[in-house]
Design a binder for this molecule. Structure first.
Ligand code: PEP
Ligand code: MN
Length: 340
């Protein structure tokens, strides 16, 4: 449930409510706004909620106690009506300026990565992506350079100044990946890996949370809640297509789901048109549509030689095509009151 404090509530009034929650064994999350403070109570069982709400509403500086019907709380707009800005490096997702994360599917070599990094930066990307641990459908496909790949990412950051986003696939690697990355990506296949979600929630790093291949928006938001419940509210949600009966594209891009998520959560929501479609020719229209619809940014795969890529070549843009798309995105962003 959410406890809305009266506009004049003092620190002492807030502390009293927090103390009561602690005394009864509940968790809490205090969100201080300019006008008022909102406290999220965590961990109350369904059967206890009514009694707790009654108790708390007797505090003189508690204006309202709002029961939560949704299965997520900390990440809901009900809890925090304003979009939470999430910074990767110097760039804040969730503000007027939209952010584009770009780079190869996988880190293949220092050369390939740095070449791409310089070009996407020149075109206006705000962060570099690249997988060092690749969750491939086939166990025989290229699995990534692992720590060597992380070192390449750190070198590319040094050379370009771009912060790096990379996927962590295993709970045991969180510390290692966090040592190198500016943002931890949790991939679609791991969206339901609750131990991993909790572990990235215990870090101070921003998390890019992909939607699962067959996850509903509600499940996706609950996955974000797992991260938030450990104290890390620096989460960016990324729609990357879902499994449907359609086979023309690799997955089916769910723009309405992403737009719905944006209304439900205060966290920034971005789109990944590369994995959603699997086809480089569809990256432009899906990117433009996402920004026109109010999403906060994009994650796009770019490779200097898509025909030679070790993974996801068919959906990768060349740096030149990426730069052309950025120009189009700029115009669309401006048309809907945003900037690029
Ligand atoms: C990726 O971004 O490298 C990736 C594997 O994406 P997803 O988890 O969405 O399939
Ligand atoms: Mn990929």
């Amino acid at each position: 449930m959410i406890i809305v404090m009266a506009p004049g509530a003092t620190d002492e009034d807030i502390a009293q409510v927090v103390q009561r929650l602690e005394d009864q064994g509940y968790g809490h999350h205090v969100s201080r706004g300019v006008e008022r403070t909102i406290i999220g109570a965590i961990g109350a069982a369904e059967s206890e909620k009514q009694a707790l709400a009654e108790q708390l509403s007797r505090f003189p500086q508690v204006e309202r106690v709002v029961p939560i019907l949704r299965p997520y709380k900390l990440v809901s707009r009900e809890h925090n009506p304003e979009t939470t800005p999430v910074a990767i490096g110097d760039f804040c997702f969730g503000r007027k300026k939209i952010g584009v994360i770009a780079g190869p599917c996988a880190v293949e070599s220092l050369d390939q990565l740095c070449q791409t990094a310089h070009l996407v930066k020149e075109a206006g990307a705000v962060a570099l992506r690249g997988g060092a641990f690749k969750p491939r459908t086939s166990p025989y496909a290229f699995q990534g350079l692992r720590e060597e790949g992380l070192l390449c990412l750190a070198k590319a950051r040094e050379q370009t100044g771009l912060p790096v986003v990379t996927e962590v696939t295993d709970l045991r690697d969180v510390e290692l990946v966090a040592k190198y990355a500016d943002c931890l990506q949790v991939g679609a296949r791991n969206m339901h890996n609750y131990d991993l979600l909790r572990e990235v929630g215990r870090t101070q790093k921003p998390v890019l949370l992909k939607r699962g291949l067959a996850a509903t928006v509600e499940e996706w938001l609950q996955a974000a809640e797992y991260v938030a419940s450990e104290g890390n509210l620096q989460v960016i949600l990324c729609e990357r297509g879902i499994r449907t009966f359609e086979t023309a594209t690799r997955f089916t891009f769910d723009l309405s789901g992403a737009a719905f998520a944006k209304q439900e959560t205060h966290l920034p929501v971005i789109a990944d048109p590369s994995h959603a479609t699997g086809l480089h020719k569809l990256v432009d229209p899906v990117s433009l549509g996402s920004i026109a619809s109010g999403l906060d940014g994009l994650e796009i795969e770019v490779h200097p030689h898509p025909d030679r890529a070790l993974s996801d070549g068919p959906q990768s843009l060349t740096p030149r095509r990426f730069a052309a798309l950025m120009e189009q995105l700029r115009a669309v962003a401006e048309a809907v009151g945003r900037e690029l």
